[in-house]
Ligand binder design. Structure first.
Ligand code: ZN
Length: 156
């Protein structure tokens, strides 16, 4: 268990494509634990491995319904759309509206190497899309329709 340093926008690691995980060993399992610890400490709802400088296809998410750890996650279907405000632990202080599918289905492996299917709507759908984007070197700010300033958020 350890808190890792979260890489910030401008770090080139955030723009690289992460590699598939071939072997799920103790190292991968402890990496997922560190990612969860780091996410909870930073009070985020999701974290992808490149955000701690590791180019592996690993994400962790907790939208308040328990921890989800995904290895090699892949969106297999999506439907509808939603536009909501997002932020990112790697881009502190920046918020913006992003269009995402309303619902996504993701296939992945869990930390035991079992194939799992996660269906997400609303915040979970957004978090899945946002974190999987990180694995492809994409940041939410690339997709922002409208940036939101802090004052505006406090008023609403
Ligand atoms: Zn992010």
């Amino acid at each position: 268990m350890a808190i890792r340093n979260i890489r910030k926008d401008g770090d080139e690691v955030l723009r690289k494509i992460s590699k598939e995980v071939d072997v799920i060993n103790d190292k991968v399992v402890s990496l997922l634990e560190d990612m969860a610890d780091t996410m909870y400490k930073a009070e985020g709802v999701g974290l992808a491995a490149p955000q701690i400088g590791i180019l592996k296809r690993l994400i962790v998410i907790d939208v308040g319904e328990g921890l989800i750890e995904l290895i090699n996650p892949k969106i297999v279907s999506e439907s509808g759309e939603q536009i909501e405000v997002e932020g990112c632990l790697s881009i502190p202080g920046v918020l913006g509206e992003v269009k995402r599918p309303a619902k996504v289905t993701v296939e992945a492996l869990n930390s035991k190497g079992e194939k799992i299917v996660v269906e997400g709507e609303e915040l979970l759908a957004r978090a899945l899309c946002h974190e999987i984007d990180h694995l492809n070197g994409i940041l939410f700010k690339d997709k922002v329709i409208r940036f939101i300033d802090q004052d505006e958020l406090e008023e609403s």
